[in-house]
Write a protein that binds this ligand. Structure first.
Ligand SMILES: [Zn+2]
Length: 265
């Protein structure tokens, strides 16, 4: 049969998969503090509740995350790191008041500290991402989709490329041998904000945890969440809930996060 007979779609519709088995370890790689919570917060909360260790790798320092031209950006970096640690704690369901930064029993938060807005998909940073993958040994890596069309923010594009390139480097033994770490091959990569999503996770019970984690990023209420009042914050919660509900309705569940799934890594 010819590829494009009248009435035949030129491209086959995506065959969707859903609800991966809970991984033992997940690593989420975001460009900025808060990207992981926006992209995959409910999925990570679900897995954490089922015993998965959830690790964060945040590539930039978030120093441009304000609309205030007079902001103290060094202070902002410190604030955003604290917010990210708290957001990760909320996703993982760890107890309040951890004893110390080394007492994160169900996951870690690593900051590479690159200047916000200037992230390069460089060989050196690829090595740092590979080092993290080899260290935490995730079954599943989650990251930005670098091939999302019409994406403007270069950090999101480059963070996605670094995650993909970092997986290739981490799995093959001749890359970055100087790390002295054993190669590690994750089994699945999930890309959020995907150009062509083909996988969903049913997160109906975890939308509230995602919102709770997002709201740890207090410094971002104005610039990212457009929330400078309680009413605004309520509207933000409604928007996120409606978005996940809409994605879920497509697949017959109350709420979903959707991804491009890449297996056979
Ligand atoms: Zn971002």
């Amino acid at each position: 049969m010819a590829a494009n007979e009248p009435g035949q779609p030129a491209v086959a519709a995506a065959v969707w998969s859903s609800d991966l088995p809970t991984p033992r370890v997940a690593l989420a790689i975001g460009a900025h503090p808060d990207d992981v919570e926006f992209g995959a917060g409910a999925t990570l909360a679900k897995w954490a509740a089922q015993g998965c260790a959830v690790h964060h790798l945040v590539l930039t320092d978030g120093s441009k995350g304000t609309w205030n031209p007079d902001a103290d950006t060094a202070a902002l970096v410190t604030t955003r790191q604290a917010e990210q640690r708290e957001a990760a704690r909320r996703l993982r369901g760890d107890a309040e008041d951890p004893i110390g930064v080394d007492s994160e029993p169900t996951g870690t938060v690593t900051f590479l500290g690159q200047v916000d807005g200037e992230l390069d998909a460089s060989l050196a940073l690829r090595g740092e991402v590979a080092r993290c993958i080899r260290t935490v040994q995730p079954d599943i890596v989650l990251a930005h989709d670098p091939w999302k069309r019409y994406r403007l923010h270069p950090d999101h594009r480059n963070a996605g490329l670094l995650a993909c390139d970092g997986i290739v480097a981490a799995r093959d033994p001749h890359f970055f041998r100087e790390h002295g770490l054993a190669p590690h091959r994750p089994n699945t990569l999930l890309l959020w904000e995907a150009d062509e999503p083909d996988h969903f996770e049913d997160v109906g019970a975890f939308v509230s945890v995602k919102l709770h984690a997002l709201e740890a990023h207090t410094s971002q209420f104005e610039s990212t969440m457009h929330a400078v009042s309680d009413d605004d914050l309520a509207a933000f919660r409604t928007r996120i809930t409606a978005r996940l509900g809409g994605l879920g309705a497509t697949h017959g569940v109350t709420a979903a996060e959707v991804f491009k799934r890449i297996a056979d890594l």
